[in-house]
Design a protein around this ligand. Structure first.
Ligand SMILES: [Zn+2]
Ligand SMILES: [Zn+2]
Length: 284
């Protein structure tokens, strides 16, 4: 079973990724939520180049990734679920929930710790919000995230299929909840009871720090509601709100070379624990 999963993993991942990306791009053309500020060619080429670079760096940096480690843990009896007698379906569901909670908490941490915010704010510095924004993460953030995920997998000992499902679903929901698509309001209200919708996650990309530091969920919306970080709508409305952060607002900042050096530039203002509660430099 585990060997079949490992053999099919690259195909499942690539097919889902490309399929959902194309579907979202078409949906964005058919029913856009907001007018684009930046020509697609600048953002798309650079955001997609970044995800290719991230993938290469990740593969070269880790000898084993999350699904591989879960397989190894199954064989060697590591982690919680490999040491208790839980039914497989329960182990799968509980593992996926706990992995999602771990990703939520990690996202909060990336907003709260200034040095980590320097890395993660690059995701927020995109000046438009569409499916390719969901691909835009600094390679160092990708490496730290994988390190955390491997630690969670080692401790939890989840079934390998749960890890694969979780990663494929997370990849698909990240493309969906960053998409510039206009879901009918009643559909959005119903859907966001179960999954993070584009209108819910767009609040997280608002330039207003109170909104940036909210709605941390990528997959399930429940953690935000349970733990008090949920903001239903942006104060200025979805069409009136400004996307991005206060720093890095030029088109040149959207190029991949500038994205890569963003963690080193300027103050780390605007993080969740910033006492000024604003992204503006104190000299202003
Ligand atoms: Zn964030
Ligand atoms: Zn985002």
């Amino acid at each position: 079973m585990s060997e079949t999963i490992l053999a099919a993993e690259p195909t499942i991942r690539l097919a889902t990724f490309l399929g959902i990306l194309v579907a979202m791009a078409l949906w964005e053309v058919a029913a856009p939520r907001r007018r684009r500020e930046i020509p697609r060619v600048i953002r798309w080429t650079n955001n997609i180049a970044l995800v290719v670079l991230d993938t290469v760096i990740l593969r070269l940096s880790f000898p084993i990734l999350a699904v591989g480690l879960a397989t190894m843990a199954e064989e060697r009896g590591w982690g919680l679920f490999n040491n208790i007698d839980a039914p497989v379906w329960l182990a799968i569901v509980a593992s996926m929930l706990l992995l999602d909670l771990a990703i939520y908490l990690q996202h909060v941490m990336f907003h709260a710790v200034p040095g980590l915010w320097r890395m993660h704010r690059m995701h927020h510095a995109d000046l438009d919000f569409d499916a390719t924004t969901g691909l835009r993460f600094h390679p160092v953030e990708i490496l730290i995230s994988m390190g955390i995920k491997l630690a969670v997998v080692a401790a939890l000992g989840p079934p390998a299929v749960a890890v694969l499902l979780f990663e494929v679903i997370l990849n698909a929901t990240a493309l969906f909840n960053h998409a510039n698509i206009d879901l009918p309001r009643p559909v959005d209200r119903w859907l966001r009871l179960f999954v993070v919708t584009p209108d819910m996650h767009r609040v997280h990309h608002s330039v207003d720090p109170r909104e940036t530091n909210s709605n941390y969920g990528f997959n399930l919306p429940w953690w935000d509601r349970l733990l008090g970080t949920y903001v239903a709508q942006p104060a200025k409305g979805h069409e009136g709100m400004q996307i991005g952060i206060e720093q890095f607002r030029t088109r040149r900042d959207l190029w991949i070379d500038r994205m890569l050096i963003q963690p080193l530039r300027g103050p780390a203002s605007g993080h969740a624990l910033d006492p000024r509660g604003t992204t503006r430099d104190s000299t202003e």
